[in-house]
Design a binder for this molecule. Structure first.
Ligand SMILES: [Fe+2]
Length: 278
């Protein structure tokens, strides 16, 4: 007779990186995804918090450091997205304002969530063109690295790309496909997300440029991702979805797009071949 734990347990190769991390007793509680009990506030429903001056100071430092590094490294679409969103450099932006500008650009909106959320909640929001964002700012002691996303990562890292139509459509498609994924397709999609949304590179005017949120919001990754310490592979969904990665260190292998159409088309073809999209 099978033991009942064996029935419930997800096989090792079907577990997400965060599920694996959650087994580690030392894991930072911010890295354990939370299930949303009710619909989070969206767009104009999101109140602007009474941030202490310290939060605005940390925000200012984060933006200033990244803006010094991004010209000549970030791709055109990301930089255009920054213009569209008009992300403030001197104070923590309001999620309601960013949501309005995003909605005008591509029909996406923003929901305020407490931190990492359960993947089902996350994919449902994406499939409705709603981006879940935190609104807390990391502490000064974590200015270089925070294990769980804060609002600098979410606003400055993710939102600019969502103002760009191809990327915006791809991300909704990703949410739709992910809702249908079971078994080993779940970590495959997670890898796809990691190597595009978080750590993607794109070829532009003969040079490699960054667009992944994990790179554009990290002071170390901006230069590291474009250095010869990284092995760069051509974009290939079959390869990406089998490529393992390490959440906790600088990335040693990255994937390079030719265009954002290639991302939409490549993802659609792969997801359709796995019966995740019809
Ligand atoms: Fe992220």
């Amino acid at each position: 007779m099978m033991d009942e734990h064996a029935v419930d347990a997800t096989p090792e190769d079907e577990r997400s990186a965060y599920e694996k991390a959650a087994d580690d007793e030392e894991v930072d509680p911010r890295c354990i995804p939370q299930t949303l009990d009710e619909t989070p506030p969206i767009g104009d429903e999101i109140e602007y918090p009474d941030y202490p001056d310290e939060d605005h100071d940390v925000w200012r430092i984060l933006v200033q450091r990244q803006m010094e590094q991004l010209p000549g490294r970030a791709c055109e679409a990301y930089l255009k997205g920054q213009d569209v969103l008009q992300i403030e450099a001197d104070r923590v932006p309001s999620l309601a304002n960013l949501s309005r500008r995003l909605n005008d650009a591509t029909g996406w909106e923003v929901a305020k969530v407490p931190g990492l959320i359960h993947e089902k909640n996350f994919f449902e929001l994406l499939s409705d063109r709603i981006f879940p964002s935190t609104n807390y700012v990391r502490g000064r002691d974590e200015i270089d690295y925070t294990p769980a996303p804060d609002c600098f990562h979410d606003m400055f890292g993710h939102m600019p790309m969502l103002t760009q139509p191809d990327f915006a459509d791809f991300y909704q498609l990703f949410g739709q496909a992910a809702l249908n994924a079971e078994g080993a397709d779940r970590p495959r999609l997670e890898r796809f997300h990691w190597f595009t949304v978080e750590f993607g590179l794109i070829r532009e005017n003969g040079e490699n440029r960054i667009f992944g949120a994990g790179i554009v919001s990290s002071n170390d990754e901006v230069t590291h991702a474009l250095s010869d310490e990284v092995t760069v592979h051509p974009f290939d969904p079959a390869h990406i979805t089998e490529q393992d990665y390490d959440v906790w260190h600088l990335q040693e292998e990255l994937f390079l797009l030719d265009s954002f159409e290639q991302l939409v088309d490549g993802f659609r073809a792969w997801a359709t071949s796995r019966n995740l999209l019809s």
